[in-house]
Design a protein. Sequence first.
Length: 116
Amino acid sequence: VQLQASGGGLVQAGGSLRLSCAASGRSFSTYNRAWFRQAPGKEREFVASISWSGVTAYADSVKGRFTISRDNAKNTVYLQMNSLKREDSAIYYCAGRTTQGSYDYWGQGTLVTVSS
């Protein structure tokens, strides 16, 4: 089982990026999926999640700017990031869990750098 995150890069403040996280090795259609991030010197923090049924949740810091979505046919979850700020710079990790479990599945991370 593997989660492969991609889509990170360097973007100017105010710009947009879309991250993708493709799962392989099993279907994640009944799994909750999420994005976390970790900035240098800081702890990893929750960004957004989407349940198997499509219910979403967001950290207050990204509400109204980020949108999480999923395509079960492609076994992929996305994070559309708009109006990016310097403080959004971090390594972004995707994760998956069963409805009753913890986040046991993690991708390798993709780096997002927002310049002013």
